[in-house]
Ligand binder design. Structure first.
Ligand code: DX5
Ligand code: ZN
Length: 212
């Protein structure tokens, strides 16, 4: 069954605990925490302290998406804070293989994110060291953007290549486009505005889970 991961970037920052509890009571599977450094992406968001406090109230895995350069200095900080899945971007400098191995060594799920313009071939050698591939369906940095439908092909290609890990999509996912993503091979859907603006997230999540 598809896993739904609300992106707290879309939550009311003044009521993060209330919003987190609301999504967990509505039946979410993971919580997606966007971290932004105002360098890799033109925005800033969340920190290890946010992850630490979320861990105190969360009953679901914390899926931390590092939209940052030089994450190697912060992997242990986020893992110590309670990140269950830690995702780095394929476009950064450094020894990505060593970073992915360190995340796994610490017991985390190792994730690799691909921006829409990044081809699978650039990350192919790293794929065996990942537990999750994050196919960005928008340019990273902001919520509320429209889904880039050409990313469906990237998801189905990964499955055709025999990838059996989690494939997560992130950005612009709505109730009216999730089925196509699932049919392409998606296993985790990150949803921000599509969920947080819903009048009834529990009813919506039940419909989303029923899609497959
Ligand atoms: C964008 C973030 C996404 C974003 C998704 O850089 O990685 O997680 O918050 O938000 P929506 O679902 O509103 O596009
Ligand atoms: Zn994200």
């Amino acid at each position: 069954m598809i896993k739904i991961a609300p992106s707290i970037l879309a939550a009311d920052p003044l009521n993060l605990e209330r919003e987190t509890r609301r999504m967990m009571e509505a039946g979410c599977d993971w919580l997606h925490v966007d971290v932004m450094d105002a360098h890799f992406v033109p925005n800033m968001a969340f920190s290890p302290d946010t992850v630490r406090r979320l861990k105190e109230v969360s009953t679901v895995p914390l899926d931390v998406h590092l939209m940052m350069d030089n994450p190697e200095k912060y992997l242990d900080l986020f893992l110590d804070a309670g990140a269950d899945c830690l995702t780095i971007h394929a476009e950064i400098e450094g020894d990505l293989s060593a970073m992915l191995r360190e995340i796994r060594r610490r017991g985390g799920m190792a994730g690799l994110a691909l921006k829409p313009g990044t081809g699978i071939w650039t990350a192919e050698r790293l794929i065996p060291e990942t537990d999750l591939l994050l196919v960005m369906t928008v340019e990273p940095g902001f919520g509320g953007q429209p889904l880039n439908r050409s990313m469906l092909r990237k998801i189905s290609t990964l499955r055709e290549m025999g990838y059996r890990g989690e494939i997560e999509a992130d950005g612009g996912i709505r109730e009216d486009n999730l089925q196509d993503l699932i049919d392409a091979g998606l296993s985790v859907a990150v949803m921000g505005t599509g969920l947080y603006r819903s009048e009834d997230p529990a009813a919506m999540m039940a419909r989303l889970h029923a899609m497959g």
